[in-house]
Design a protein around this ligand. Structure first.
Ligand code: TRH
Length: 385
């Protein structure tokens, strides 16, 4: 059984902690690694994993040793014996100096696999850079770069073993209705949209367009400022056919069910977007806004793949798929521009059926590839042989 130290610094929001936790759980359950998650913000993690107590410097939760990354941890991090077989640095968080020195010392007597895991992207650099090695500037040991992505030449996307089967089973039960009821939604509503986005998203334009479109819409919205902005706009517009229901923050273990209970998902960042894709729900992706709108490059790269999946989905032959892909892309490009005045919501909604088929087809593509967990294990375990 390999030991693994996974380091995570929370920059902002939930994504860093969320991905770290998901990966730690998956490596523990599927690869039987003994994972220690060293994280600087257990409070954020505890909002996704309620069993985590943010006051504790050290705790075990779901088989994972969760350690607070603080000055005390760094001061004690110099022992080569404490260095795990596998060390994963998440999202360029940089390891403590003493821990790096300890890796160097440990390497004199045994192998240690050191890796840096980046954010998920469909951009070409994920293929080009995945698996590259870089020597440590001071100690010279090699660090391997792992780039998650959507193609075979990347490190893949994370999905847990059995997720597809659990998803298929969920569809066959009344669980979605029960969950919607519990959250205060009308379980029989023809169109429920899950809404989890950033305050930068053009809420006024979105509210205006859903209000102008006469088709009823139920919006199940995650807690946060973006939802409050939408609520204020909708209240001003007084559109009785648009119903806003505030969802609570649910534990990460229930998040997939929440997405699957909805007819479509407007989500954000990396992890919630991927979960919506794995749930096979029509997707509206609002990206983490970056300086100079460089998030639009990330969107364009993803749109090439996802747009093709919409066009190629069974039943979407010819103009049906092409039109749906165009409607999806037009909405995506506008909704990801802060200050956009028109979004194209009605065209997107007209295309809901082919978008549904596209989402199911894309889900199959994701599940047909080797998961991130498998690829990480294959790559790093080889380094220890
Ligand atoms: O929270 P995010 O905006 O995180 C972002 C992105 O990862 C971004 O790329 C990164 O640079 C930035 O953080 C620092 O969005 P994301 O990635 O979707 O993460 C949200 C997590 O929260 C995800 O694991 C799902 C989880 N979640 C729940 O478990 N329950 C909930 O009710 C909600 C709303 C979210």
């Amino acid at each position: 059984m390999y030991s693994c130290d996974m380091f995570c610094r929370v920059i902002d929001n939930f994504g860093d902690a969320g991905i770290a936790w998901r990966l730690a759980k998956s490596l523990t359950a599927e690869k039987h690694w003994r994972v220690r998650l060293i994280i600087d913000d257990a409070a954020t993690l505890s909002s996704l994993v309620p069993d985590i107590d943010p006051a504790l410097a050290l705790q075990t939760c779901e088989g994972i040793l969760v350690t607070r990354w603080d000055a005390a941890f760094e001061a004690a991090a110099g022992s080569p014996q404490a260095v795990a077989d596998i060390v994963i640095e998440l999202f360029s968080c940089f390891l403590p100096e003493r821990y790096e020195a300890a890796i160097d010392a440990a390497l004199k007597t045994r192998p240690v696999a050191v890796a840096a895991l980046d954010y998920l992207t469909a951009e070409r650099y994920a293929e080009e850079s995945n698996g590259l090695l870089s020597p440590h500037p001071r100690y010279g040991y090699a660090k391997i770069f792992l780039f998650p992505g959507f193609t075979q030449r990347t490190c893949g996307v994370i999905y847990e073993a059995g997720l597809r089967q659990r998803g298929d089973a969920f569809e066959k039960t009344q669980a979605a209705r029960a969950l919607k009821k519990r959250l205060g939604c009308d379980p029989d509503h023809p169109m429920t949209l899950y809404y989890f986005t950033y305050p930068e998203m053009p809420a006024a334009a979105f509210a205006r367009e859903v209000a102008l479109d006469p088709r009823p819409l139920q919006i199940l919205a995650a807690p946060g400022r973006a939802t409050e902005m939408l609520a204020a706009e909708l209240a001003r517009l007084k559109a009785p056919h648009v119903r806003l229901v505030r969802a609570p923050m649910v534990p990460q273990s229930e998040f997939d069910a929440l997405l699957m209970a909805c007819d479509a998902c407007l989500v954000r960042g990396e992890d919630s977007t991927l979960r919506a894709q794995l749930a096979g729900r029509p997707l509206i992706w609002t990206l983490y806004p970056q300086k100079d709108d460089i998030h639009l490059d990330k969107l364009a790269a993803f749109a090439r793949l996802y747009g093709a999946a919409i066009r190629e989905a069974p039943g979407n032959e010819g103009e049906t798929g092409a039109g749906a892909a165009a409607a999806w892309q037009a909405l995506e490009e506008r909704i990801n521009l802060s200050g956009a005045q028109t979004l194209g919501w009605s065209s997107w909604r007209d295309a809901l059926e082919p978008l549904r088929r596209g989402a199911r087809h894309w889900r199959e593509t994701l599940f047909s590839q080797t998961s991130l967990t498998e690829r990480i294990a294959q790559t790093l375990e080889k380094k220890l042989e």
